[in-house]
Write a protein that binds this ligand. Structure first.
Ligand SMILES: C[S@@+](CC[C@H](N)C(=O)[O-])C[C@H]1O[C@@H](n2cnc3c(N)ncnc32)[C@H](O)[C@@H]1O
Length: 263
């Protein structure tokens, strides 16, 4: 895997020089010593420090960094107060009394949806094809392994830096997941400051997922019970067979392709 962005790996504390070099090698980007965040030759810096990895756009009016943090912030709030199996994502994936499906999240991104499902007791394989996003995701999971309140949750999460279409198409029949969950990128129109700050960089990294129809097709052949596709509320369905039904929330919709009833 390599990364096409104008990006370099950096560190501010010498203790992280070696891991920054190793990461730069993996991503096929330069590793540079101290670099000004205000004025850099690089559009983005991947900073390695004691908190893990963070991706920072450079320039004087830069937004905050992107990092995967399962320990604090919005993700932690949702873990504690999010509504458990009453959440729409849980209903969409078929979580019910005693039912905790084995899920493949084939568009893992920053892992927030997968973390919700793992919090509710599901084992989740997270597949992410962007080399850079995968490194951020994997770092977030590794950081969380050392945190007592959530280490048991992340035990249920396995990250793989793979293209899901290939991965799903080459699955052995005995390894098929109960549910395949998809949340492909879609051109969003929300204007909230929150979306601007956090997601614009992410979107510019991964672009649009123009092969979502092929991914849905592979998912439908791999899942035992259902495929769930998250969409913006008013967005069209992914091209292909229509969903069996959908669940609509305030900002998003879950299209459910039911294959078999849960036992
Ligand atoms: C909208 S984001 C997913 C956000 C995620 N649900 C979350 O909660 O953070 C979509 C992600 O899916 C990844 N992706 C899209 N198609 C993929 C594929 N065929 N294989 C692996 N990853 C894919 C993109 O690189 C992107 O990171």
């Amino acid at each position: 895997m390599s990364c096409a962005l104008n990006l370099a790996c950096t560190w501010f504390d010498a203790a992280f020089e070696q891991p920054a070099h190793a990461l730069a090698l993996k991503l096929n980007v330069p590793a540079i010593g101290y670099e000004s965040l205000d004025n850099s030759d690089y559009a983005c810096l991947l900073i390695v420090d004691e908190a893990g990895l963070q991706l920072q756009v450079t320039g004087k009016k830069r937004p905050g960094p992107v990092r995967v943090d399962f320990v604090s912030g919005a993700v932690a709030h949702r873990r504690q107060f999010g509504g458990g199996t009453g959440q729409l994502i849980a209903k969409a994936c078929g979580l019910n009394k005693g039912v905790r499906p084995f899920i493949v999240d084939a568009t893992a991104g920053l892992g927030r949806d997968a973390f919700v499902l793992a919090t509710l007791g599901c084992s989740v394989i997270l597949l992410e094809r962007s080399a850079l996003v995968y490194e951020l995701l994997n770092d977030g999971v590794e950081q969380a392994r050392g945190v007592p309140e959530i280490c048991e949750i992340v035990e249920r999460m396995t990250c793989k830096g793979e293209d899901s279409i290939d991965w799903l198409n080459s699955l052995n029949p005995e390894d098929k997941p109960d549910v395949v969950y998809l949340d492909p990128m879609f051109p969003h129109t929300e204007k909230s400051a929150q979306v601007k700050k956090e997601m614009l960089l992410f979107r510019s990294l991964v672009g649009q997922d123009n092969d979502a129809a092929a991914l849905l097709d592979a998912a439908l052949r791999a899942a035992l019970y259902r495929v769930v596709v998250k969409r913006p509320r008013k967005a069209p369905c992914v091209e292909g067979v229509p969903p069996t039904y959908h669940l609509e929330g305030k900002s998003c919709r879950y299209d459910i392709y039911a294959l078999k009833k849960f036992d």
